[in-house]
Design a protein around this ligand. Sequence first.
Ligand code: HEC
Length: 129
Amino acid sequence: MKKLSAALLLLSTAVSAQPFDNSMTEEAIKARLQPVGEVYLAGQAAAADAAPAGPRSGEQVYQASCFACHGSGALGAPKTAADWEPRIAQGFDTMLDHAINGFNAMPPRGTCMDCSDDEIKAAIEFMIK
Ligand code: HEC
């Protein structure tokens, strides 16, 4: 019985000592929560590394921003050469204007809000060739 109470005494001291342990102070906890390095979401670092130094090619813009609709014909987006024919017939300037400003279900700049007019133009040229 003596041994058991000694063990219980030890245990209770250990437990009651816990809140005063330096490792549990607010500062210590905050310090532990500090990020060791910068945290990147998956792909974020890669995207920053790949930040374009110059204008993106028509193919790059197409793959990144236009393919979602124009690669599948989603929402009635022109996809095939036959789809493009009547649109090409109305003139490139009209198509460019519609691509930049939006046209029905075609969103302005095809959702590529940081695309320059030239990049949009290159993407159209890539799509219709
Ligand atoms: C959210 C889907 C979607 C995305 C993304 C999209 N488009 Fe479109 N686009 C459409 C649809 C739908 C049409 C057909 C609109 C209509 O004729 O009613 C269209 C039509 C066009 C046309 C023809 C306009 C005309 O005058 O007939 C061009 C050019 C065009 N898109 C370029 C682009 C480019 C360039 C991109 C990428 C930068 C892009 N689109 C991204 C849906 C999309």
